[in-house]
Design a protein around this ligand. Structure first.
Ligand SMILES: [Zn+2]
Length: 119
C-alpha cells in the first residue's frame, strides 16, 4: 500500500509522478481534467512546449508568447517573469507566481501544472 499525495489515502494501485506517488483514481482525474480543458492538437503542442520549459529543455526565450493561447499563455507569461528575474522555473515557482496573481484557478489549478510537468 502507498499513500496518495493528492487524496492522502492508502491505495494499492497507482503511479509515480514527478510530484510523488498518486493513486490511479487521482491520476486519471487530473488527466481527464487536462484533456477536457485542452482537447485540440494545437493545445497539445502548447502543453508540450510548456512541459519542455519545466524540464529545462527549453527556456521562455526560445519561444514566442504568440505560440500560446488561453490558460497556457498565462502560464507562459509567469515563466517569462521568473526568467526575467533570474529565478528557477519549476512547478512550485510557477504555481506561486500564478497564485500571487490570482490566476491559478483560471489555468486549471495545481493539477494542470503538475500534468504539464509530467508530460
Ligand atoms: Zn488519490
Amino acid at each position: 500500500m502507498m499513500r496518495c499525495i493528492l487524496c492522502g489515502q492508502e491505495k494499492s494501485s497507482g503511479r509515480q509522478t514527478k510530484i510523488g506517488w498518486t493513486c490511479n483514481d487521482c491520476f486519471n482525474e487530473f488527466r481527464q481534467a487536462v484533456t477536457s480543458l485542452h482537447p485540440s492538437g494545437e493545445s497539445n503542442r502548447q502543453r508540450a512546449e510548456l512541459g519542455a520549459i519545466f524540464h529545462g529543455d527549453m527556456t521562455p526565450a526560445n519561444v514566442s508568447h504568440w505560440d500560446f493561447s488561453g490558460p497556457n499563455s498565462l502560464i507562459f507569461r509567469r515563466m517569462q517573469d521568473l526568467e526575467a528575474r533570474g529565478e528557477t522555473i519549476d512547478r512550485v515557482t510557477v504555481a506561486n507566481e500564478l497564485m500571487k496573481n490570482n490566476e491559478l484557478e483560471e489555468v486549471g489549478g495545481l493539477t494542470y501544472i503538475v500534468a504539464l510537468c509530467d508530460e
